[in-house]
Design a protein. Structure first.
Length: 129
C-alpha cells in the first residue's frame, strides 16, 4: 500500500473545508426591514398633468412618423431620400427639399401619405433645374 506524503494528506480535508465555507457564503442572513410607516397621503390631490404628457406623446408619435416616412423613402428605388427633408407636427408631414422629376415628387408625397398615423402631407418639394 502506498502512503501519501504529509502535505497531500492535508489537501483533502482542506478542500472539504473550503467547499463547506464556500457553500455557506451563499446563505446570506435574512435581513429584517425596519418598520417605517409610509408618508401620510397629501391633503389635496395633485393637479392633473395630462397636457404635458399628451404633448410628449404627440412628440414621440411625430418622431416615429418622421422615422417611418424617411425609412420608406430610403427603401424606394429612384428616390433621392437624402435630398428630402421630412418634418412632422401633430401628425401633419411636411416635405421639403429637391427632387429630380415630377414622378419622384408624386412618389414622395404618396409614400408620406401612406404611413400609418399621417393625417395630411404638406408639399414644399421643388424640382431640380
Amino acid at each position: 500500500m502506498k502512503t501519501l506524503p504529509p502535505h497531500r494528506k492535508l489537501l483533502v480535508p482542506l478542500l472539504v473545508a473550503v467547499a463547506a465555507i464556500a457553500a455557506g457564503c451563499n446563505d446570506a442572513p435574512e435581513r429584517t426591514s425596519m418598520n417605517v410607516s409610509p408618508p401620510p397621503p397629501a391633503s389635496t390631490p395633485a393637479a392633473p398633468t395630462d397636457a404635458p404628457l399628451a404633448n410628449a406623446g404627440a412628440a414621440v408619435g411625430d418622431a416615429a412618423i418622421t422615422g417611418k416616412v424617411k425609412a420608406a423613402m430610403i427603401a424606394e428605388p429612384g428616390l433621392s431620400a437624402l435630398a428630402i427633408d421630412v418634418d412632422t407636427r401633430d401628425r401633419i408631414v411636411t416635405l421639403s427639399g429637391t427632387v429630380d422629376t415630377p414622378v419622384a415628387k408624386e412618389k414622395a408625397i404618396q409614400i408620406a401619405g401612406s404611413i400609418d398615423g399621417v393625417s395630411s402631407v404638406v408639399d414644399r418639394l421643388t424640382l431640380k433645374m
